[in-house]
Design a protein around this ligand. Structure first.
Ligand SMILES: Cc1cc2nc3c(=O)[nH]c(=O)nc-3n(C[C@H](O)[C@H](O)[C@H](O)COP(=O)(O)OP(=O)(O)OC[C@H]3O[C@@H](n4cnc5c(N)ncnc54)[C@H](O)[C@@H]3O)c2cc1C
Length: 519
């Protein structure tokens, strides 16, 4: 490692790596990426365990990614940042199964078929369903304009939008407010918002724009990286290294060094030693909360620290990682995600998640069926959880949280497996290994406050915060990742491109998009 780089990126999630790759590839910069975890990739990393000679691997924060159909802009961008070395596997045609107390519904990888299937199931709601698809398009369009507004001068933005209809009211309604206006049937409303776990807040709180972005991203189905989620970082890091940069793990950045309101370097811990390294630009993938409240020294005036503190929620997950002795195909599973709901009221499920003894909902994913290179079979049961149900252990250390924590985890693991087995009979019998992660695990490994891995909640308020932006009030300091773009792998990747626009100007952004779409 040298003492001076062109750019230092804090954190090696998809956002950090995207910014680092583009600076390396397009601007020939030497970029240093510092990652606190012992593996790179952030939430796209994988981990493995060996049981009875069989190696099981799980993806932590990637279960499916939308918009990876060849020719779509997000796919072109992914090909660009991985030099085309990342391959994608399409999930089965029916890639989602939504399970409710008295019906289930499978989502097809085609918007027309998806809409027709909804209409077949709820014929009296045809008009509302057709309106819903149209309005999601408008809300998603609003988001593009919103992102652009952060990057171009105000006068230019106003000129561009002079003759455009303002769709902010629609985009910034809550999803529930929007649906209440066009749909009558409560079961249909629940069905349309089944993927609220992809957003991290229920329809009562989520902005309709975010709901629209996520639903639209999966209209042509779900995709999964061939070789597993770790292939994402594996195909990006060589590009950074090839340009003379480095991606180093086990480097916990403790402070951004700021002189005369200008970021000049970072101070970080490595093997009990404190080191300093300097660069022309510093980019943080650690999220707005960590960057403004922990990494920027507290004597530096940041006008919105209190607003950031108040904006964070404590919504996270308990995830049971499962090793299977045989393929889930034995149970009739074709690879679709299973969203299991015991109620039609997602708001109530959200409030109670982790706070009651019962499991109320779960998302079950079968990673080995999505990855053609998987050598053994795995599943994941994700049940959402409020952080506060674990707060009594929050000051304990990883692997030393005490016997009562281990006992609690054991009970919870059994409950989760029983719950999933009720809807996917035979899953328990197939299970030979399991391991539970909790919101505390998530907080420890990703550094997201209270394990809130999606960053700042996607309520309508999020779109009004000045600090959800790649730009910061400190010169030469930028954000990347989900808090500079949007949540999810693709959203955080766009956060990476937005930070390029903030650093190098809008023309650079256009250049990236032009190069990505060139082939
Ligand atoms: C259970 C779960 C399921 C998910 N499922 C999906 C899915 O199916 N599809 C999808 O698109 N998205 C999914 N996501 C969300 C998606 O993974 C994330 O939104 C996205 O990867 C975030 O990328 P990022 O770059 O913003 O941040 P991260 O990936 O969180 O990266 C931030 C990095 O910064 C590092 N860091 C933080 N502080 C410091 C510091 N002080 N010093 C050095 N390094 C630091 C962290 O260790 C981390 O590696 C899921 C997430 C989870 C947790």
């Amino acid at each position: 490692m040298k003492n001076k780089y062109d750019t230092i990126v804090i954190g090696s999630g998809i956002g950090g790596l995207t910014t680092a790759v583009i600076l390396s590839k397009l601007f020939k910069q030497k970029v240093l990426v510092l990652e606190q975890h012992f593996v790179s990739g952030g939430q796209t990393h994988e981990f493995s365990r060996v049981k009875d000679g069989v190696k099981f691997s799980w993806d932590v924060g990637v279960h499916y990614i939308g918009e990876m159909k060849k020719g779509l802009m997000s796919r072109n961008l992914f090909d660009y940042i991985t030099d085309g070395n990342l391959k994608w596997n399409k999930m089965p045609h029916y890639f989602e199964k939504f399970i409710y107390p008295d019906f289930s519904f499978k989502q097809a990888s085609n918007p027309k078929e998806f809409a027709e299937d909804l209409i077949k199931r709820f014929p009296e709601e045809e008009k509302g369903i057709r309106q819903y698809f149209k309005d999601m398009k408008i809300a998603a369009g609003w988001f593009q304009t919103h992102m652009m507004s952060q990057l171009v001068p105000v006068w230019l933005f106003k000129a561009i939008n002079l003759f455009k209809k303002d769709s902010s009211k629609l985009a910034l309604s809550t999803t529930k407010e929007y649906l209440d206006g066009v749909i009558e049937d409560e079961k249909l409303k629940a069905l349309l918002t089944s993927i609220w776990g992809d957003i991290g807040v229920p329809p009562e709180e989520s902005a309709f724009v975010m709901h629209s972005l996520v639903v639209r991203s999966y209209l042509y189905g779900g995709y999964f990286p061939v070789g597993g989620a770790s292939s994402i970082a594996e195909t990006m890091i060589p590009i950074i290294e090839g340009a003379g940069g480095s991606v180093l793990t086990n480097r916990n950045v403790e402070e951004i060094i700021i002189e005369n309101n200008k970021a000049v370097g970072v101070r970080f811990k490595h093997k009990n030693e404190t080191l300093e390294v300097f660069a022309d630009n510093i980019v943080s993938d650690a999220g707005a909360y960590n960057t403004y409240l922990k990494l920027i020294p507290s004597n530096i005036d940041i006008p919105y620290r209190e607003e950031i503190r108040n904006a964070m929620s404590g919504f996270s997950t308990n995830t049971l990682y499962i090793g299977l002795k045989d393929s889930p195909e034995k149970l009739g599973i074709k690879g679709a995600n299973h969203w299991i709901n015991t109620s039609y009221n997602h708001g109530s499920t959200f409030e109670k998640s982790g706070r009651t003894a019962d499991i109320l909902s779960a998302f079950v994913s079968f990673p080995s069926m999505k990855n053609p290179k998987a050598k053994s079979h795995t599943a994941e049961i994700i049940s959402f959880s409020q952080y506060d149900s674990f707060s009594k252990w929050k000051d304990t250390k990883w692997m030393k949280r005490g016997d009562d924590y281990l006992e609690y985890k054991k009970e919870l693991s059994a409950k989760l497996l029983d719950f999933a087995d009720k809807y996917i009979p035979g899953l328990k019998e197939l299970t030979v290994y399991s391991e539970l992660s909790t919101p505390l695990t998530m907080e420890y490994f990703t550094k997201w406050e209270k394990g809130s891995f999606y960053g700042v909640p996607v309520t309508p308020a999020r779109y009004k915060y000045k600090w959800i932006s790649p730009k910061t009030p400190i010169r030469n300091l930028y954000l990347t990742g989900s808090d500079a773009g949007s949540l999810g792998v693709v959203g955080a990747m766009y956060g990476g491109v937005s930070s390029i626009a903030a650093i190098k100007g809008v023309r650079a952004f256009m250049k990236v998009m032009k190069e990505a779409n060139a082939d």
